[in-house]
Design a protein around this ligand. Sequence first.
Ligand code: ATP
Length: 352
Amino acid sequence: MAILELRDLTKRFGETVAVDRFTLSVEKGEFVSLLGPSGCGKTTTLQMIAGFETPSGGTILLNGRDLAKVPARARGLGIVFQTYALFPHMTVEENVGFGLEMRKVPADERRRRIAQTLDLVHLSHLSGRYPRQMSGGQRQRVALARALVIEPELLLLDEPLSNLDAKLREEMQLELRRIQQEAGVTTLLVTHDQSEAMALSDRIAVMQGGRLIQEASPFDAYDRPANGFVSSFLGKSNAIPGHLEGGAAGTKLRCRELTLDGPASGETPGPVLISLRPERIEFTGEAEGIVAGRVSERIFLGDKWLFKVETGLGELLVVRRNSGRREPEVGEAVHLFWQAEHLRVLSAESAE
Ligand code: ATP
């Protein structure tokens, strides 16, 4: 059952179309991310759902109910902002209990729910502290508890982890996922961070220029990107210009003088973009090599090596786990191999 349904949601600011006929539904208990670069319309979409912006067109349904005439405070949503927006003069307990007090929940029920929610976010021991006496990560948990305590039908998260340093952010990603699952709360996250979206979500909606470009599981969006934009936004990708030749015997994928085995592609014959993830490329012997090249750069990244290999096909990035075997040196002649199924044939226009 869909908790949230956006149908052709549109927002114009003068000449700017910030959100363009955006359609998406979020099922009960699901964690969905709106992912895209700065300015693609993520925040505006969230603001319309929250009721802080009025749509120029389209519909927002929450549990089948049209929200057009429902004011923000009556929508019953839990919201966590990038800045946390905690009340500085209130303790953790008071911050978390605020929404319940507004809703006139009786005091004993309030105490029970505050305790339960603080337990969920592992903050019971700090209930008497003020926000200024807490770390960024702890404040983040308070903000989450405050949003969850009202048992919202939908939790909206706007870049909630972007104020934390890299290590804490990673830790909080896992925590956020645990808390979301334990609470069973339907969640919509806005982020420009692809690794965050992938780590947290059941489904990712990739946006560009106010439009929905692809809606898929993290794995499918990464492995089967709809176009070159999604492919490069979700991680490193080699974009190799090629040509799809049609013929009676089927299509042939050509790249310079090479004919490549590739997966069946729905693209029409003509120029194409071949996308190949760096971790799908292996070094191999001359006999098995699909293309020969020379290592122009190699970078040690701790858990893996990154190589740049010059080939006739364009610059290939190769990421490979350090298997403990000898890694090729800069300047060394190498042969590259990949499984045909890992090539993604995209339309050339989608290269941008
Ligand atoms: P970011 O990650 O930088 O917040 P975003 O994807 O959330 O980006 P939005 O903030 O939704 O993008 O903005 C989408 C577009 O709408 C941008 O071109 C932005 O300049 C424009 N925009 C947003 N709010 C307003 C406003 N109040 N008035 C005019 N234009 C706006």
